[in-house]
Design a protein around this ligand. Structure first.
Ligand SMILES: [Zn+2]
Length: 292
């Protein structure tokens, strides 16, 4: 699937309103990193173009990332697993794919809940899988993934769908890797009320910081319900479950730093927002797709 540079990559509309490093599609509502990066394709599955040549530093980066996020991830992954997989499956030798699984923490939690399962992992960077998680995760190397003949019962995209350069292409590929009746789990950021509110009232200050904190070469699209549904509108997949909720993988300091917030009053307000977020901000989409 080719992405045309002047069109929305989700709905193909030309109604893109660009602002700083982003564009908002006024047809489907998605917020995009824009202009699309030249090396965009490397972020999906043509990673052979990109050199990942330092396994040691890649693994160190994963450990630093995990030291901040793994406690939150532990409960998020547990919730994701019960959201997708019926508990009767614990007696079955199910095949599970962790797509974009990075260091492999998900496999640990998955195997502890479903000991009969086999967990596979693939990622754009093969180096990220931590050595101590290799016995839990069967790694499918990036270059082998597309031609691999393994068919899965369940596929997880834990905070991955915002990273892929061509989400429609990713969904089509994963649908082929799923058995009939198999399911895909997606959790990914959405634009909640803070986006339109700050865009209208604080466009050049807080909205700009919000964009710098949440849209980047790594986070290529932030969804709305409409754009998400348009993207997964696929003849062989049904949207079985869709929820919006509050969910964070990192402590509040991580987000304020990312947004470049240094004003102590804004930092305090951000921490208060984070604390009460589950009551006031549904920042994530959780969804299940099933193959017909
Ligand atoms: Zn669009």
């Amino acid at each position: 699937m080719d992405i045309e540079k002047n069109n929305c990559k989700i709905c193909k509309s030309k109604n893109l309103k660009s602002y700083v490093h982003t564009a908002k599609c006024t047809t489907c509502g998605v917020l995009l990193y824009y202009p699309y990066p030249d090396d965009d394709k490397t972020l999906l599955r043509k990673g052979k173009n990109k050199k990942w040549d330092n396994q040691k530093s890649d693994q160190e980066a994963v450990l630093i990332h995990y030291s901040r996020s793994s406690k939150n991830n532990h409960s998020l992954f547990t919730h994701a697993i019960s959201y997708l997989i019926d508990s009767d499956e614990r007696y079955n030798p199910i095949k599970i794919l962790d797509f974009g699984g990075g260091g492999g923490q998900f496999g640990l939690i998955c195997k502890s809940i479903y000991p009969m399962s086999e967990v596979f992992l693939t990622d754009i960077n093969d180096n990220l899988l931590l050595d101590h998680n290799r016995s839990i995760n069967t790694q499918i190397k990036q270059k082998d993934f597309e031609k691999s003949s393994i068919i899965f019962d369940y596929i997880f995209l834990n905070d991955v769908f915002e990273h892929v350069s061509d989400p429609k292409d990713t969904i089509s590929l994963l649908a082929k890797k799923l058995k009939r009746g198999g399911k895909i789990f997606i959790d990914t950021p959405r634009q909640f009320w803070l986006y339109p509110f700050t865009r209208i009232f604080f466009k050049k200050s807080i909205y700009k910081k919000l964009l710098f904190g949440t849209v980047s070469k790594n986070h290529l699209q932030i969804w709305t319900k409409n754009s998400f549904k348009m993207c997964i509108d696929n003849s062989i997949l049904d949207l079985k479950k869709y929820d919006e909720l509050s969910e964070y993988t990192m402590p509040p300091k991580y987000y304020t730093e990312n947004m470049g917030i240094t004003n102590p009053i804004l930092i305090l307000l951000s921490h208060i927002f984070y604390t009460f977020s589950r009551f006031i901000a549904k920042n994530k989409i959780l969804a299940v797709l099933e193959k017909k």
